[in-house]
Design a protein around this ligand. Structure first.
Ligand SMILES: NC(=O)c1ccc[n+]([C@@H]2O[C@H](COP(=O)([O-])OP(=O)(O)OC[C@H]3O[C@@H](n4cnc5c(N)ncnc54)[C@H](OP(=O)(O)O)[C@@H]3O)[C@@H](O)[C@H]2O)c1
Length: 311
C-alpha cells in the first residue's frame, strides 16, 4: 500500500472513551486498538470525494482508495492509498484496521475484495448500487452488473447497506465540452423525466449507513427533490453560468451513434431500455434522503451553482 498523504493513519477523533459502545454506531475504535478506519473506495469520484469530506468533517479516520491514490481535493487528515478493485491483491493492505467500507460496484475483483475484507475483520460494507438493481432484470447489462455486486455483498457475510440512487446530477458534466463550445446543447432522451440526485446527498446517506446500525440489511432508494427533463437541466445550468443555453433534443438514432462511440453497445442498449422503452422509472420523488439525513435533498440549481466552475 502506498501512502500518498497525511499521517499513516489519521489521529482518532476526540471522542468519549466508551465510543465503541455507543448504541447504534459502528465501533470505529475498538477497546485496546489504536487505529480503526473507514475505507472509501472510488474516493476521488463524484460520490467518494463527497463522502471522504463528510467523514473527515465528522472526525472519522478515513482511508481513501483509488487507482491513482490522488490526494488533490482531499482533506489533509485523510490517508490516500492506491489500489485497483479489479486486482484484489492491490487492495488487501488497504483493508488493514478497517471496520467499515464504502464499495463501488462492478469490478472484477469484488468477490475477492469482499472475502479479504471479511478476513481482515471488516464488519460493514455500504455498496453504491443504483435504482435499476431493483428491477431484477439481468438481461439489462447495467442492472446485471449492479445485481451481481449486490449478490456478492449479500454473500460476503458482512453487514451491508445498498444505496440505490437515481441518475447523478454530475452526469451534466458530460455536457461541459458542448457548453464551452457554444450555447446550443444537444441532449439524449429528451422526454425522460428523472429525479437526478446530487452525489453530495448520496454521500450523506452513505455516511449515516457507515456509522449507524439502523440501515443494516436495507436497500435505500435515493432520489433528488424534483423530476426534470434534460432540457430543464440545460436551462437551469445556463442560469447558473449566466448564459442563455438552448437545449436541442437529440433523435434516438443520433443519440445511439454518439453513445456507441463512448461505451460498449450492451450499455447503450441498457440506457435505451431504461429511458426510451421505459423499463426504469426514475421520475418519482422519494422521501428517503430526507428520512436518512434529516433534510431535503439538494436541487439541481444548487448543484449547478456549486459546480459552475467545472464548466
Ligand atoms: N452516473 C450515474 O448516473 C449513476 C447512477 C447510479 C449509480 N451509479 C454508479 O456510480 C458509480 C460511479 O460513481 P462516481 O460517479 O462517484 O464515480 P466517478 O466520479 O466515475 O469516479 C470513479 C472513482 O473510482 C475510482 N476507480 C475507477 N476505477 C477503479 C478501479 N479499477 N479500482 C479502484 N478505483 C477505481 C476512480 O479513481 P481512479 O480513476 O484514480 O481509480 C474514482 O475515484 C458507477 O459504478 C455507477 O454504477 C452511477
Amino acid at each position: 500500500m502506498r501512502v500518498r498523504s497525511g499521517e499513516m493513519l489519521a489521529s482518532p477523533r476526540g471522542a468519549p472513551q466508551d465510543e465503541g459502545t455507543i448504541p447504534g454506531r459502528v465501533a470505529v475504535r475498538a477497546p485496546g486498538e489504536d487505529t480503526v478506519v473507514i475505507l472509501v473506495t472510488g474516493a476521488t469520484g463524484n460520490v467518494g470525494s463527497e463522502l471522504v469530506r463528510a467523514l473527515a468533517a465528522a472526525g472519522e479516520p478515513v482511508r481513501a482508495l483509488s487507482r491513482s491514490g490522488r490526494t488533490d481535493g482531499l482533506p489533509a487528515s485523510v490517508q490516500a492509498v492506491a489500489g485497483d478493485l479489479n486486482r484484489a491483491e492491490t487492495v488487501r493492505d488497504a483493508l488493514d484496521g478497517v471496520r467499515a467500507m464504502f464499495l463501488m460496484p462492478g469490478y472484477e475483483g469484488q468477490r475477492a475484495v469482499l472475502a479479504d475484507a471479511r478476513a481482515a475483520g471488516v464488519e460493514r460494507v455500504v455498496l453504491l448500487s443504483a435504482r435499476s438493481a431493483g428491477t431484477g432484470d439481468t438481461s439489462n447489462a447495467v442492472s446485471a452488473y449492479l445485481i451481481d455486486a449486490e449478490e456478492a455483498v449479500r454473500a460476503s457475510g458482512l453487514s451491508w447497506t445498498f444505496l440505490r440512487p437515481t441518475s447523478f446530477m454530475s452526469n451534466a458534466l458530460r455536457l461541459a465540452d458542448q457548453i464551452r463550445a457554444g450555447d446550443t446543447v444537444r441532449v439524449p432522451f429528451p422526454d425522460a423525466y428523472t429525479t437526478d440526485i446530487d452525489p453530495y446527498d448520496i454521500a450523506q446517506c452513505a455516511l449515516r449507513a457507515l456509522l449507524d446500525d439502523e440501515y443494516t440489511g436495507r436497500a435505500l432508494e435515493l432520489t433528488g427533490p424534483e423530476a426534470l427533463l434534460p432540457a430543464d437541466r440545460v436551462r437551469i445550468l445556463g442560469k447558473a453560468l449566466g448564459r442563455d443555453l438552448v437545449p436541442v433534443a437529440l433523435g434516438h438514432a443520433e443519440a445511439r451513434a454518439e453513445m456507441e462511440a463512448q461505451m460498449p453497445k450492451p450499455y447503450v442498449d441498457a440506457f435505451f431500455s431504461f429511458f426510451v422503452d421505459g423499463t426504469l422509472d426514475e421520475s418519482v420523488v422519494l422521501p428517503t434522503v430526507r428520512e436518512v439525513t434529516g433534510r431535503a435533498p439538494r436541487t439541481f440549481e444548487q448543484w449547478a451553482r456549486t459546480h459552475a466552475a467545472e464548466f
